[in-house]
Design a protein around this ligand. Structure first.
Ligand SMILES: Cc1ncc(COP(=O)(O)O)c(C=O)c1O
Length: 525
């Protein structure tokens, strides 16, 4: 198998002779697409540029002496190249995207329209503050929504993603301990946590210790309480957790952690399931990141561009990072430096980024909040939970749902692979077969607390008809696996632009750069 996966099927062998190769690789109107480097050559250009005479160049010895090998394509070829590539991608605008833990939400077009307004889209972070009063006001308003929805007094808007927010929260926690000369070294993380949690704690120099989950998929409270002590700096808890379940003991956990002198970091990536219903500040949380690209519908693709503001309790607010926006006499100011008289912010741990946050994401998130209002946001959470439970109940009799007996789930439905036992079909095969049915796979093999996990998050905007169609497909696949139709699963995906990738080889021997084929001249040399 090649590192790119098996090539598209070639024409099958016939009795008349060997298989004739299919050179195009095209599948009807879905065209196979080479790399842009393989398509273009440096003698072609999409624009007409006037040649600059050597003596007129201001680059002197920095003048380029040979082509640097960038591919040239005409404008039309360029448009076709990227359009063809985009058709090979699956996105939320194509169909249901049940990727659990990632919340692939519909991105309302109103948000996109507002983010493109020149007053937001064309500003520069180094512009004088007087010329960007509207942008600063928008950040201030968004911050107000976030502190109100969470009942937390302060927020840092700079972090650029959920994981970056975790780093921000944990740096504030470390600064708070250091400010009182308390050198605690341990951070407790439940075993169901997202991988970024222990990674963040370790990155901040802490030793990470795992807390087991109980039979209901929640934090084992007794095990946690037994481990708390003067060396524990913080507990990082995801709520709702990565099994798609609410942690009902959050208040008791927070009280115990505080009594032991630690802080509670809440991974708020799943806030979309409780926004408008639960305020983390009421649960005793000290710091929590919010993924705007999940809860507040900003685009979520390709690892960015995200935004992960962090809300802080009164105890941690003084250690929040710079910069932050304040309003004074109707004007908005970006406070960039610590000031001796700034009581609330005098002990900031520093900066998270050179510039302040992700303006485009801020505009989209505030547009989403304002278009829904507080009641609408609560309904978003309720509908997300309703849809996930509809999927859970629609599949629980044909798949195995490890925690279904302990009550409803939150925004995502968790299944394990017990229903596939003895079928020869694995979680991976099941997910690949789903691709052939026109769906992006659910999250696989996460969370790790159950075997062969399949985590399905439909989100709130899917209609009952779409959910019914998805459930019917999943039931059909479960029946096919149990009926022994292993071939259907092992061969999947048959209709995707690429068949199965050799994932192990791709991870162990990644090919990250394109190497030009050797020309006859270079061979001769
Ligand atoms: C529970 C949880 N925590 C943290 C993260 C990290 O967020 P980001 O991808 O924005 O860095 C995610 C992302 O999916 C998540 O699901």
């Amino acid at each position: 198998m090649s590192i790119l996966g098996t090539p598209r099927p070639t024409t099958p062998a016939t009795s008349a002779g060997p298989a004739a190769p299919t050179f195009s690789g095209n599948r009807a109107l879905m065209l196979e697409e080479p790399l842009v480097f393989e398509l273009g050559d440096s003698s072609t250009s999409g624009v007409d540029l006037e040649a600059v005479p050597a003596h007129a160049s201001r680059l002197a010895e920095l003048e380029r002496s040979a082509p640097i090998g960038l591919p040239g394509l005409s404008e039309g070829e360029t448009v076709r190249h990227y359009t063809r590539l985009s058709r090979q991608n699956y996105g939320i605008d194509l169909g249901l995207f049940p990727l659990g833990s990632c919340t692939m939400k519909h991105n309302p077009r109103l948000n996109e329209k507002l983010a493109r307004l020149p007053g937001f889209a064309d500003i520069h972070p180094l512009q004088p503050q007087d010329t960007v009063q509207g942008a600063l006001e928008l950040i201030h308003r968004l911050a107000h929504w976030l502190t109100t929805l969470t009942a937390m007094p302060a927020v840092a808007m700079a972090p650029k993603a959920g994981a970056h927010g975790e780093l921000c929260g944990m740096l504030a926690i470390r600064a708070a301990h250091e400010a009182r000369g308390d050198a605690r070294q341990v951070v407790l993380v439940p075993e169901s946590a997202h991988g970024t949690n222990p990674a963040t704690a370790a990155f901040c120099g802490y030793a990470v210790e795992s807390i087991p989950a109980d039979a209901r998929g929640r934090v084992d409270l007794a095990a946690l309480a037994a481990r708390l002590g003067p060396d524990v700096a913080a507990v990082m808890i995801t709520n709702p957790n990565t099994c798609g379940l609410f942690e009902p003991d959050m208040r008791r956990i927070a009280d115990a952690v505080h009594a032991a002198g630690g802080y509670v970091y809440c991974d708020g990536a799943n806030f979309n399931a409780i926004v408008g219903r639960v305020r983390p500040g009421d649960l005793g949380v000290d710091a929590m990141h919010i993924n705007l690209h999940k809860t507040f519908s900003t685009p979520h693709g390709g690892g960015g561009p995200g935004s992960g503001p962090v809300v802080f309790s009164a105890a941690l607010a003084p250690f929040a990072p710079l910069p932050f926006v304040v309003e004074k006499d109707g004007r908005f100011h970006l406070v960039e430096e610590e000031t001796a008289d700034a009581e609330d912010h005098g002990r900031s741990f520093g900066r998270m980024a050179a510039f302040h946050g992700q303006m485009g994401m801020f505009v989209r998130a505030l547009a989403y909040m304002m278009s829904h209002g507080a009641d609408g946001l609560r309904q978003v959470a309720e509908d997300a939970v309703l849809n996930a439970n509809y999927v859970l109940r629609g599949l629980a009799d044909v798949m195995t749902a490890p925690f279904a007996a302990s009550g409803p789930c939150m925004h995502e439905a968790l299944f394990d692979d017990r229903f596939l036992e003895g079928t020869g079909v694995t979680t991976l095969d099941f997910a690949k077969a789903l691709v052939d049915e026109g769906y992006h796979p659910m999250t696989m093999y996460f969370p790790l607390v159950v075997h062969g996990a399949m985590l399905v998050e439909p989100t709130e905007t899917e209609s009952k008809a779409r959910l019914d169609a998805f459930i019917a497909t999943m039931r059909d696949l479960a029946a096919a696996a149990k009926a022994g139709d292993v071939a259907r699963f092992r061969a999947a995906p048959r209709f995707a632009p690429r068949a199965r990738l050799d994932e192990t080889r791709a991870a162990r021997q990644p090919v990250l750069a394109w190497t030009p084929p050797r020309s006859p001249q270079s061979e001769a040399a």
